[in-house]
Design a protein around this ligand. Structure first.
Ligand SMILES: CC(C)(COP(=O)(O)OP(=O)(O)OC[C@H]1O[C@@H](n2cnc3c(N)ncnc32)[C@H](O)[C@@H]1OP(=O)(O)O)[C@@H](O)C(=O)NCCC(=O)NCCS
Length: 183
């Protein structure tokens, strides 16, 4: 089950795993709600509804453990010479509209069980079906950790093919939402 983050969720229990991922732990524990309240970035969590044994207890205030989370924000991207097809005149803009996966993390005890995929697909469908038709948004992007590039690649994201990007610490990866619209 995916829910918008709220103050009742157990932020403090999230385990990031190795030192490399401590900023992802720190973000969910300290910053995510503040970013949300400040309209900077919205976080969604995966929770297990079996934890709510008494189904009379309201979902909204239940202290769910956070199995994984994704944080989304409005963004823009410079994809250099990217071919926009018939939309040639838009190619003159340096930046194109995008939804950005600002954070994505699964609790270290719950990895490789599909939770990351569930969150990624939630963000992709939201971008494609809800955001894009309402405001115009061509890409879903992320600044990928090197260790997560294969995961994103499996999810259909492409690596921006420039030498500068390929050698960056967090290379830009993207999906062109236009290519996913059913004709
Ligand atoms: C990367 C991450 C979000 C993936 O979530 P997950 O729940 O473990 O992944 P899933 O179970 O949905 O895996 C989907 C597929 O990706 C693969 N995969 C998952 N993590 C991977 C990784 N780090 N490297 C390579 N492949 C990976 C899985 O094996 C699976 O492959 P399959 O479809 O062929 O079976 C999670 O491992 C994580 O939180 N990592 C640490 C933080 C991080 O790197 N976040 C990304 C920030 S840019």
């Amino acid at each position: 089950m995916i829910l918008p983050l709220n103050q009742y969720h157990k932020h403090k229990n999230f385990s990031g795993g190795s030192k490399e991922y401590q900023p992802l732990k720190s973000f969910i524990q300290k910053d995510a709600l503040l970013f949300q309240d400040g309209c900077i970035a919205q976080t969604y969590i995966v929770a297990d509804d079996n934890m709510r044994e008494d189904k009379n207890k309201p979902i909204d205030t239940f202290p769910f453990k956070i199995l994984g989370y994704i944080t989304l924000t409005c963004s823009q991207v410079n994809l250099k010479e990217y071919d926009l097809g018939d939309c040639v005149r838009a190619s003159s803009y340096e930046f194109l509209p995008a939804v950005k996966i600002a954070r994505l993390a699964v609790d270290s005890n719950n990895r490789t069980s599909g939770i990351g995929s569930m969150l990624f697909e939630y963000a992709l469908l939201m971008s494609l079906d809800d955001i894009r038709p309402m405001v115009g948004c061509r890409f879903l992007i992320t600044d990928a950790k090197k260790s997560a590039m294969e995961f994103y690649s499996k999810k259909g994201m492409e690596l921006l093919d420039t030498e500068e990007n390929k050698s960056a610490d967090h290379p830009i990866m993207f999906i062109d939402l236009f290519t996913l619209i059913e004709s």
